[in-house]
Design a protein around this ligand. Sequence first.
Ligand SMILES: Cc1cc2nc3c(=O)[nH]c(=O)nc-3n(C[C@H](O)[C@H](O)[C@H](O)COP(=O)(O)O)c2cc1C
Ligand SMILES: [Mn+2]
Length: 446
Amino acid sequence: MSFRDLRGFLDVLKASNQIIQIERPAKLDLEAPAVVQALLVKGGPTAIFTNPDHPSGIPLVGGILGSLPRIALAMECTIPDISNRMEEAVANPVGSARVTRGAFMDHVLTGEQVDLGRLPIPMHNAGDGGKYITGGVMISKDPQTRRQNYGYNRLQVQGRNRLALMMNAWRHINRFHQAAEQAGQPFPICMAIGLDPRIMIAAGVRVEYDEIGIAGALRGEPVEVAPCATVPLEAPAFAEILIEGFVVPGERVDEGPLAEFTGHYGEGYRTPVIEVTAICHRQNPIFQTIIPASFEHVYIGNIVPREPMLRQFVSHVSPNVKAVHLTPYSGGFMAVIQVDKKNEGEPKNVALAALMTHVNIKMAVIVGPDVDIHNPADILWALSTRVDWSRDVFTVPYAQGMENDPTTDASGRHTKVGIDATLAKEKAADYRRVVYPPVDLGQWIP
Ligand SMILES: Cc1cc2nc3c(=O)[nH]c(=O)nc-3n(C[C@H](O)[C@H](O)[C@H](O)COP(=O)(O)O)c2cc1C
Ligand SMILES: [Mn+2]
């Protein structure tokens, strides 16, 4: 079943029992987002709300890429193959294909018609600073090279046609915006909402070229892009909704807080402001959101883009690495590596390599080939039964960490830890793992 847009992927999810349609009216603020979050924590399907309490009648969907089975469906591969597919796509980008008219041009609202209140933009959590667009992909352009960039920036509604734009210092869009602002130029942006999930996966990656090429590689053919209505940018032709506008030079506004991927609230920011010039949408659009601080947030931003790098680093020190995983419930701070060790010291070397892969990786757990790295219970079992805590653990004090991690000091440093949770070789004969045969429960439970 092939797909080229969010609608097509929703059909794939339906066919795989990965989405349920909720017709019962749900409150847009706090209620529908809490239901999506509860589904993500439970595992299993996510939900599309056909009746969120909003006058537009636009359905709300979330959690699309919030589980490994759904990510595998989006990437058309098996779960163990996700990091291979990603590595290949990043190494072999496929340029986009320009079409003259995007489907989003069906309805173009400009001038006085621009009103963000027309869209079902939720307040996700009572601790959030307001209504936020979190599930869209931000498109901008390097004023020097003219290449486009895809990334994520949360947008806080500040009025009918104004949005606060949060950009971390090291983002590509931040560099482009600084150049425009220094020249006193309004900076054009386009927020595309409701996309082919491969575009969403691509936008989470950091590369020095236009990320749409990664989406093309995952698709196996170029992604169609079309000119925006009011800004000099190109957007995915089959996006459900576009919000176009310009960042006003010199202006700043109070923004936040919003649940961060670490599972904690961060401080508020002073951020630039977007003046919206157009809202474009397809016939019967669908509004997509990402629950802030959810597994989906972490999978897109911290896991899928980084697992290929993690595998490269640990495979460099050991040919016996079988699989790697960054875990969603750890905010991507914990790496779990499965090794079929040939030497007793090998797991520690693998842990050292894992901790070097990315500044965010704070904890490396090495397990044996009999441990399912996608099952938290299995990992905790290995930690509980196979670790001798004074021999099998090493710490690296004062290493650079991710500054939003609550354990970091004022300069962003904290202690990293490596744990050898493999069974000691001399114990292997005496401590065989208890295993029951796999069962297809579908055959036993109606
Ligand atoms: C759901 C989600 C929300 C994000 N929100 C923001 C944000 O508000 N500001 C920001 O600077 N980065 C945010 N990020 C991180 C980056 O935008 C993202 O990782 C991207 O790869 C950066 O693109 P770049 O390398 O082109 O700069 C978010 C990531 C995700 C997945
Ligand atoms: Mn980029």
